[in-house]
Design a protein around this ligand. Structure first.
Ligand SMILES: [Zn+2]
Length: 442
């Protein structure tokens, strides 16, 4: 045999992540959200590797296989670490001004949210503060929140309006989302939630406010292309089933897909409505009927569950996630970040879902990645580590994904790669320990 057989030159990649104890790919069909037993299959590769070029994933597999094909100048060793797709947070009220720690204290002492709301507190306090803030100020505040979300591993985040409740201020909030999308490395997906609460000016004219939302706000939001989704809070003290249907219908005819805050504090029929109008998701679902949940499953509506907001309501009630999985309803998980639930951290969401809703760590990871991507129409782009998808990857300082439920309250993220670029590197940031006594440092 000739000795002139040449070894094929390796292809160049921008970045290789190698030797992951667990590479959690979530690979599979991206046609539909995962449901039932599928939610436990998270596509683990031991001693796994990801190759990245031009912001996209170009290879996923065993380290020996990927390294046999690709070389790169930047290599991240994920030895004794877990590698996952960046978290997707499908439900946040990202943009607002002010804070509500006083109300939090009232809740601790037993006040119920709807009482606080009817006394002019709750989200109406945030509305007052947000109306006073400029678009630039709101973008600045939102940017700080996104920094934190990214540090905890979220690389794609949905953001709702809803603290303006008048046309000018709702548009201002969505302009701030647009600005953030341009300046921040996190991808922000905008949702119009003009029907978040009844503003004080319309307290005795609810229908007048629904008219404003449908005849003025939605057409303007659509014309300026400021949102992809239209959301409604369908709840006692907010919007009725009929009003929600009307608002979402108008949203749909203006090109905005439907989402619903459904059955959070009472059984109003939001789950049934979500199924009936083919909403992409119904969120909260603490009080939904079995029939409503089954209807959602049959229509492929995703249940976006928000354990942190339920936790911070302090009623001890949570969505029945096990029942939902049993009936084949796909579940996604979000932080539900808002001024009444100040949590940016999807790792905590996963841990709460495990502890309080009895999701397995694998189910919770599926819910916070690929299913969350489905809930905001991004499953073709993010939510799993597969060739062709965006290179949004996180490296956890933990030997396996179960630590996300097990070791909670700390940030397990070691590195975040967004669009192929290392944007968070805790290993670098932490540097030398500063918590030793001075006498021990020398
Ligand atoms: Zn919400």
């Amino acid at each position: 045999m000739s000795k002139s057989v040449r070894v094929k030159a390796k292809e160049k990649a921008d970045l290789l992540i190698v030797n992951a104890d667990e590479l959690v790919t979530l690979a599979g069909s991206n046609e539909k959200p995962r449901f039932g037993k599928q939610m436990r299959d998270i596509g683990i590769i031991r001693d796994g590797s990801v190759a990245i070029r031009d912001g996209r994933i170009v290879a996923v597999g065993k380290t020996t296989d990927v390294k046999g094909i690709f070389k790169a100048e930047t290599i991240i060793s994920a030895n004794e670490k877990t590698v996952l797709p960046g978290f997707v947070d499908p439900h946040t009220h990202l943009i607002f001004a002010g804070s509500r720690e006083d109300e939090f204290e009232m809740r601790v002492e037993g006040a119920y949210y709807l009482e606080i709301l009817s006394a002019g507190g709750g989200r109406l306090k945030t509305v007052r503060d947000t109306r006073k803030a400029s678009m630039e100020k709101l973008a600045d505040l939102g940017s700080k929140t996104l920094d934190m979300m990214l540090e905890y591993g979220s690389t794609t985040v949905e953001a709702k309006s809803g603290y303006g409740l008048e046309t000018r201020d709702e548009l201002k909030i969505l302009e701030a989302v647009k600005r953030l999308n341009q300046m921040h490395s996190v991808d922000v997906i905008p949702t119009f939630l003009g029907a978040h609460a009844i503003p004080p000016e319309y307290k005795s004219d609810k229908h007048g406010y629904v008219d404003l939302v449908t005849s003025e706000m939605i057409p303007k939001v659509a014309e300026k292309r400021l949102a992809e989704f239209c959301d409604v809070v369908c709840e006692k003290g907010a919007f009725s089933l009929e009003q929600a249907r009307r608002i979402l219908d108008v949203g749909k005819s203006n090109g905005l897909e439907s989402k619903i805050h459904a059955d959070e504090m009472s059984m109003l029929g939001g789950a049934e409505l979500a199924a009936d109008i083919h909403a992409i998701s119904a969120d909260h679902l603490l009080f939904s009927s079995d029939d409503g949940l089954k209807a959602m499953a049959s229509k492929g509506v995703i249940a976006v569950l928000l354990p942190a907001p339920a936790f911070s309501l302090m009623t001890g009630r949570y969505a029945d996630a096990r029942k939902m999985i049993d009936i084949g309803l796909p579940i996604a998980l979000g932080t539900g970040f808002s001024p009444s639930c100040m949590v940016e951290n999807q790792q905590l969401t996963i841990a709460l879902a495990c502890h309080l809703m009895k999701l397995t760590p694998a189910e919770a990871v599926t819910a916070a990645t690929i299913n969350a991507a489905h809930a905001i129409g991004r499953a073709a782009e993010v939510g799993s580590l597969e060739v062709g998808k965006k290179a949004d990857v996180i490296v956890l300082d933990a030997p396996n994904h179960k630590f996300l439920g097990y070791h909670f309250g700390s940030n397990l993220v070691d590195k975040v790669v967004k669009n192929g670029r290392i944007v968070v590197d805790w290993e670098e940031k932490r540097g030398k320990p500063v918590f030793l006594k001075e006498s021990e440092v020398s």
